[in-house]
Each structure stands twice: as C-alpha cells, then as structure tokens.
Design a protein around this ligand. Structure first.
Ligand code: ZN
Length: 137
C-alpha cells in the first residue's frame, strides 16, 4: 500500500477520525515516551495521554539506543522535557516474544536515560497487548 492509495487521505483535508492538532509544538505535559513500534501499541492512550501531551520516540523493542538518547536530549533542549516513560509490551517480536526480556530492556533503558539526562524523571511501564492493561516497571 502506498501513501496515495492508503485510506488516510492525502493531506487535502483531515482524515476521518483525526484528532484536532494542538496549538503548540511543546508537549503539554513536558514529557517524552519511548515505545516499541509494534502496531498493536498506541502509547498515548495506553498511558492516559492525548495528542500534544508528549513527544513519542519509537523503535523496535523500546530500546534506549544512542539515537533515542539523542532524541530525548533534543526533547529536553527544545521543550524542557522533565519526564520520560519507556513503554515495553507483551509478545514483543523485537524480544522474541519474551516478556521478561522486554521488561529487562526497559529497566536497562531507564538506567541509561537517567545517566544521559540527569535531573529528568525516568520511569518504565509494560503494556499487555492482550488486555490493554499497563503496569509500572
Ligand atoms: Zn514490540
């Protein structure tokens, strides 16, 4: 499926169901979320957030890579981001479906982000794709 044939329109008018665009580029809650790219996970509603509340950085497995740290540093620099949540999920293919490995990766990521961004509140959470529940890590 190409962009022009996708069901979400071509930018001429808002796609059906599109949320209103917030007024500013600065996240309203001054936070960033690092989340797996899995199509089953929508991080904002999973964390009780809405469009405009947080920067969202996604990759395979919610891994705190150097590039994620670079983006988080930009988030802090540009938007005075003061909190980061790393969000892993169950049945993650980036972790071979091993939930314990996904959780361990987030815990490692928390330590890595804390070291890279002192003074920023860093936490982790785990989303269950089967139930939609979220628990703290
Ligand atoms: Zn995943």
């Amino acid at each position: 499926m190409s962009f022009s044939s996708a069901p979400y329109g071509r930018g001429e008018e808002p796609a059906a169901g599109a949320a209103p665009v917030p007024a500013g580029a600065t996240p309203a809650r001054r936070m960033a979320v690092v989340c797996c790219m899995d199509a089953r996970v929508d991080p904002l509603p999973a964390l009780g957030l809405k469009l405009g509340d947080a920067h969202v950085i996604r990759n395979a497995g919610a891994v705190a890579t150097d590039d994620v740290l670079r983006s988080l540093a930009s988030s802090r620099e540009l938007a005075d981001t003061s909190a980061v949540v790393l969000l892993a999920h169950s049945d993650c293919r980036a972790h071979g479906g091993d939930d314990d490995d996904a959780r361990a990766t987030v815990r490692d990521g928390i330590a890595r982000v804390r070291q890279a961004l002192p003074g920023v509140e860093v936490s982790g959470a785990f989303y269950d794709v089967g139930t939609g529940s979220v628990s703290a890590l």
